[in-house]
Design a protein around this ligand. Structure first.
Ligand code: SF4
Length: 395
C-alpha cells in the first residue's frame, strides 16, 4: 500500500450536522474543517471507499451506509480528477455481498463506479509484525493495492465490541474465513493488528441514521443527522463513541490502538472542530446479552472454520437462512395511519392492499425494502424484526 498521508500535529475530528438532507454540503464542510483532502491525493491514485453493507437492509434501518454519503465522496474525488475509485465490501459474517448489492441496487445508484465484492477478490496473506493477536491474515488484494482508503462506517453500537466505527469497519476487507479467525484470535487486539495493515486514511462516520442497542444489525435506528470525520481513525472512533455517550476508555480496541501508537483515544488530546460533543451527544442504548452473542459467535466461528478447512463445506448459506428471520419488515401502527395510501404507491412489490380502511401487507411478497416506512407521511410504520409468520398472524 502506498500511503498518501499529510502530517498533522494534533488529531483533528470534525462533527458536522447534515441540514435538511444536504449530505454533500456537510461532507464538504467536514473536509474543510479537518484541513481538506491531502495534497498528494491526485489523479492516478487508487481510492477504495469502504462502506458498511453487512446484510440486505436499507440505510433507514441504521445498518447500512447512506448512499448519499457515498455519492458525495465519489463526486468530490471526481472533481479532483480521481478516476480510479472502487466501492468495496465483504459483507458481515454469513451474508453474501453480491446478494446485498442486488438488494440495495447499488450498481443502479453508482453506474460509473467499480463495485467490488471483496469476498471474491484475490486474497493475499500478510504477516503482521509485532502482532498482539493476529500474526497473519488474508486480505483482499484491492484493499492492499489502494493508495487511499476511505472508511464510511455508521454510528452504532455493537454486540461484541460495544461500538463499531472506523476501525471495526475494516473487517470488511477480509474474506469470511479470516473474519472468523479474527473473532477466534481475540477480537479487540486483532482489530488493532488489522488496522496496522489496512488503516483507513480518512474516516467519515455516517451518523445520519445511527443504530442503538443490538447493533450492528438488530438494533433500533436513531436519527442523528451528523457526520464525524477525521484522518486519525482512533480519534474519530473515540469522538463517535463519546457522541453515543460511551467513554472511549471503555472500548478495548481503542485503548489498545492508542497504546500501539495507531492514534489518539484521549478526548483531551483531540481537537474537535465544528459542533461540540456535548451539543450533539445522545445516550445510545447498549447491546444486551453480550455474553450470549459472544459464546454463540465463538461456537459458530469454530464450526465454520472446521467445516471449511476439513470438508471445504461453507456453512454460511445455512446460517443466512437461520438469521433471515430478523431482517427488517414494516409493521403498521394503526393509530397513526390516516389512510393516505402513499405506501401502496411506493411499494415496488405490490405487497400492500387496502383492507377495512387500513393498509395490509402481504409479507410473502414484502422484501423489506422499507420504502413504505421511509415515505409514509404520517410515519405510521415501524420496523419489526419478528419472523414473517408471526407478523402474518398478528396483523
Ligand atoms: S411492503 Fe412493500 S414498500 Fe413496504 S417494505 Fe415491503 S416491499 Fe417494501
Amino acid at each position: 500500500m502506498h500511503y498518501v498521508e499529510k502530517k498533522r500535529s494534533k488529531s483533528k475530528v470534525a462533527i458536522v450536522r447534515v441540514e435538511n438532507g444536504r449530505v454533500k454540503e456537510a461532507v464538504v464542510k467536514a473536509l474543510e474543517l479537518i484541513g481538506g483532502l491531502p495534497e498528494n491525493l491526485v489523479p492516478g491514485k487508487k481510492v477504495l471507499i469502504k462502506p458498511n453493507f453487512i446484510r440486505s437492509e436499507p440505510p433507514s434501518t441504521g445498518t447500512t451506509t447512506d448512499f448519499r454519503l457515498i455519492r458525495a465522496i465519489v463526486e468530490i474525488l471526481r472533481e479532483r480528477g480521481i478516476k480510479d475509485i472502487i466501492v468495496g465490501e465483504a459483507s458481515g459474517n454469513q451474508y453474501d455481498t453480491e446478494e446485498i448489492y442486488r438488494f440495495l441496487k447499488i450498481r443502479d445508484w453508482f453506474p460509473d463506479v467499480d463495485i467490488i465484492d471483496l469476498d471474491q477478490d484475490e486474497i493475499i496473506s500478510v504477516k503482521i509484525e509485532g502482532a498482539k493477536a493476529l500474526k497473519e491474515v488474508g486480505i483482499a488484494r484491492k484493499a492492499l493495492e489502494a493508495d487511499f482508503i476511505i472508511s464510511l462506517p455508521i454510528l452504532k453500537t455493537h454486540n461484541s465490541t460495544l461500538i463499531t466505527l472506523g476501525m471495526k469497519n475494516m473487517m470488511g476487507v477480509l474474506p469470511q474465513r479470516e473474519k472468523w479467525k479474527m473473532h477466534l484470535s481475540g477480537l479487540h487486539k486483532a482489530l488493532v493488528d488489522l488496522n496496522r495493515i489496512v488503516k483507513p486514511h480518512l474516516v467519515i462516520v455516517d451518523g445520519i441514521i445511527g443504530q442503538e442497542g443490538l447493533g450492528p444489525t438488530m438494533g433500533k435506528p436513531v436519527e442523528m443527522n451528523l457526520l464525524i470525520a477525521g484522518y486519525d481513525v482512533v480519534a474519530v472512533d473515540s469522538v463517535g463513541s463519546a457522541v453515543m455517550d460511551i467513554p472511549p476508555a471503555k472500548i478495548k480496541h481503542l485503548v489498545c490502538a492508542e497504546k500501539e501508537g495507531l492514534g489518539t483515544s484521549n478526548l483531551g488530546k483531540i481537537e474537535v472542530v465544528g459542533e461540540r460533543i456535548e451539543n450533539v451527544k445522545r445516550h445510545f442504548k447498549r447491546p444486551y446479552g453480550k455474553i450470549i452473542f459472544y459464546l454463540t459467535g465463538i461456537i459458530q466461528y469454530k464450526i465454520g472454520v472446521f467445516l471449511l478447512d476439513k470438508f471445504n463445506y461453507d456453512i454460511r448459506p445455512f446460517l443466512r437462512d437461520f438469521a433471515s428471520f430478523h431482517l427488517p419488515k414494516p409493521k403498521l401502527k394503526k393509530k397513526l395511519c390516516k389512510g393516505t395510501k402513499k405506501c401502496i404507491e411506493v411499494c415496488p412489490e405490490n405487497a400492500i392492499k387496502f383492507n377495512k380502511n387500513y393498509p395490509k401487507i402481504d409479507y410473502k411478497k414484502c422484501t423489506g425494502c422499507m420504502a413504505c416506512y421511509e415515505q409514509c407521511p404520517e410515519q405510521a410504520f415501524k420496523i419489526s424484526r419478528f419472523p414473517k409468520w408471526w407478523l402474518r398472524l398478528t396483523t
